[in-house]
Design a protein around this ligand. Structure first.
Ligand SMILES: C[S@@+](CC[C@H](N)C(=O)[O-])C[C@H]1O[C@@H](n2cnc3c(N)ncnc32)[C@H](O)[C@@H]1O
Length: 285
């Protein structure tokens, strides 16, 4: 099985991110196949212990730079709203932004029978984090949690940070998590192609192939989902840019962040792929 020529209309990686039938992989996955992707990763999106742990880690990182998380937070790429709700349960006002209307509608229906409904403290907005629909210095706190950075070309990834810096108030904080690339890539021989996992989620059988592309510093992944009868439900690539700590510091400094602190994230349970070893980064304006 090769990674490069598996389906007409699908290109693996062309220097600006994997595409499928003219759609960027993020649109293909999170918009075109929103329900399927939610079902496959429901064990992440509905894991309240994981979400609470991630928010604990984000708060800890924010507090470590002398900032108290309170007031309003913008939760970028909020998806199905798990962190947005956790922030609201902890008393914050939340603006959640995501490009997937389908996932935002899951977020809008989210409830937790154990806790009081935090809806009045949450507003959800459909938008693109490459061009944020907010005025300069609009927020004191911004989060981007659940491995939501590095999906685009290098220039677009830098643009996202520039946009975040633009809408962040003086002394505001931006907290985000991402794969600890230096730990992750050690286990990948360049251009090795191997089937890392085949797993079943509900009625969906998922196969993943991962390839580390050192010259592009991208983890390139092909995902193929089939149903019990062998019918292909989804077969497409994606790639995520992996930034070293040095690169991250430079990128953040270039768009005006004064300080950058990095903390390891311990896990609540064993995770695979890009979720395996993550770090929490907090950058101060
Ligand atoms: C891995 S999911 C994480 C979702 C959520 N943060 C979580 O951890 O549950 C990535 C999210 O990024 C969103 N996304 C991808 N590209 C985006 C963009 N350009 N602007 C806004 N959201 C985007 C997707 O729709 C998806 O909800």
């Amino acid at each position: 099985m090769t990674l490069s020529s598996h389906e007409e209309g699908t290109t693996m990686t062309d220097g600006v991110g994997a595409e499928c039938h003219g759609l960027h992989w993020t649109e293909n996955a999170y918009c075109e196949h929103a329900t399927l992707f939610y079902e496959v990763d429901v064990s992440i999106y509905e894991d309240s212990e994981l979400t609470s742990h991630e928010v604990d880690m984000a708060f800890k990182a924010i507090e470590a730079v002398g900032h108290t998380p309170r007031g309003t937070i913008l939760d970028l790429a909020c998806g199905t709203g798990r962190h947005a709700y956790e922030f609201a349960y902890r008393g914050m006002q939340v603006v959640g932004l995501d490009m997937s209307a389908a996932w935002l509608s899951i977020a809008a229906r989210r409830t937790d029978s154990q806790r009081s409904n935090p809806h009045p403290r949450i507003s959800l907005i459909e938008g693109d984090m490459r061009s944020l629909p907010f005025s300069t210095r609009a927020f004191r706190q911004i989060s981007l949690l659940g491995n939501g950075f590095g999906y685009f070309s290098d220039a677009e990834n830098a643009m996202i940070l520039k946009e975040i810096a633009r809408i962040l108030d003086r002394r505001g904080v931006f907290v985000f998590d991402l794969t600890d690339c230096e730990r992750y890539i050690r286990s990948f021989a360049p251009y090795s192609q191997r089937e890392v996992e085949t797993r079943t989620f509900g009625n969906v059988i998922c196969a993943y192939w991962r390839e580390w592309q050192p010259e592009r510093r991208r983890m390139s992944v092909r995902e193929r989902y089939t149903d019990a009868r062998g019918q292909v439900l989804y077969d497409a690539p994606y790639d995520v840019r992996q930034y070293t700590l040095g690169e991250l510091r430079e990128l953040l400094a270039n768009v005006g962040f004064r300080s950058v602190e990095i903390q390891p994230m311990n896990q609540t349970k064993k995770r695979e792929g890009l979720m395996r070893n993550r770090i929490m980064v907090v950058a101060t304006r």
